[in-house]
Design a protein around this ligand. Structure first.
Ligand SMILES: [Zn+2]
Ligand SMILES: [Zn+2]
Ligand SMILES: [Zn+2]
Ligand SMILES: [Zn+2]
Length: 258
């Protein structure tokens, strides 16, 4: 019996977790008191006119009793993601704890949850090229033996998760995007990174020479004047690179029997 109860609690806990993480990126619809049988969504005690006004949590879209909802306010990440709306709204006690814990968790993949945000949210649109640039710098910064982990850490200052996938954000990051602070921080990081790579013997050894014009010059994917082949990752001058990549074409010809 006890085992069953524990298992049930476990299942309920998992369901709660997945409901909460789903609402991180999806705005909850308010379903109405009758949908929850006039009971608090948390402790299940009766709520309604006779028991004091039920309190709505804007994060879950559900109603709570006065013990489970203290009229605390927080920003709602899904409203930031979809409406660029940073206003604070009333949330339940448990939601407040959850949001506080998750606030710096890079759990938002913008190109999946709101790809069109890159078109209508100016701050995100402006930041994207910088983040793409940082993503092409990342393999150099992560592997260069000249950059000690300590040096890199002081440069990154809490921005480690900005290095990989250029579409990942935490709710906290989105606030920094709104304030322009993330743009400034990443801009600094990109400047530091590009300067390092160009001056570093180990990193320049991993640069490219444009195979199309053969000019004696080391170029990188993060340079403004270069294009990178998405297939073979080869790097060429933008002015030299048409729509066909000579490296891929060569390989293709080799593999095609005459
Ligand atoms: Zn309650
Ligand atoms: Zn280096
Ligand atoms: Zn070239
Ligand atoms: Zn290619």
């Amino acid at each position: 019996m006890e085992g069953d109860l524990e298992r049930n609690n476990h299942i309920l806990g998992d369901r709660w977790e997945s409901m909460m993480s789903g609402h991180m990126t999806r705005i909850a619809n308010e379903k109405g008191l009758d949908a929850q049988n006039f009971r608090c969504a948390d402790c299940t005690s009766p709520i309604g006119i006779f028991y004091g006004a039920p309190r709505l949590c804007w994060y879950t879209g559900e109603y709570y009793c006065q013990n489970c909802h203290l009229m605390e306010e927080n920003m709602i990440p899904a409203r930031i993601i979809h409406n660029w709306d940073f206003r604070k709204h009333k949330v339940s006690k448990r939601t407040m704890v959850y949001l506080t814990q998750q606030w710096r968790d890079p759990c938002i993949q913008m190109d999946e949850v709101n790809p069109s945000g890159y078109r209508y949210i100016d701050e995100l649109k402006k930041l994207l090229p910088l983040r793409l640039q940082l993503a092409t710098l990342e393999p150099y910064l992560q592997t260069c033996r000249m950059l000690t982990p300590e040096l890199l850490s002081t440069r990154l200052k809490g921005l480690h998760h900005m290095l990989g996938n250029p579409h990942i954000y935490s709710p906290h990051d989105l606030c920094l995007v709104r304030d322009g602070l993330l743009y400034n921080a990443i801009n600094k990081l990109v400047q530091f990174g590009t300067k390092h790579v160009r001056q570093c013997a180990l990193c320049t050894a991993k640069g490219f020479v444009c195979e199309i014009c053969g000019k004696d010059e080391i170029i990188f994917a993060f340079d403004d004047m270069t294009s990178q082949c998405q297939q073979c990752k080869g790097v060429f001058h933008k002015r030299c690179f048409a729509d066909r990549c000579p490296r891929c074409e060569r390989r293709h010809n080799r593999n095609t029997p005459l």
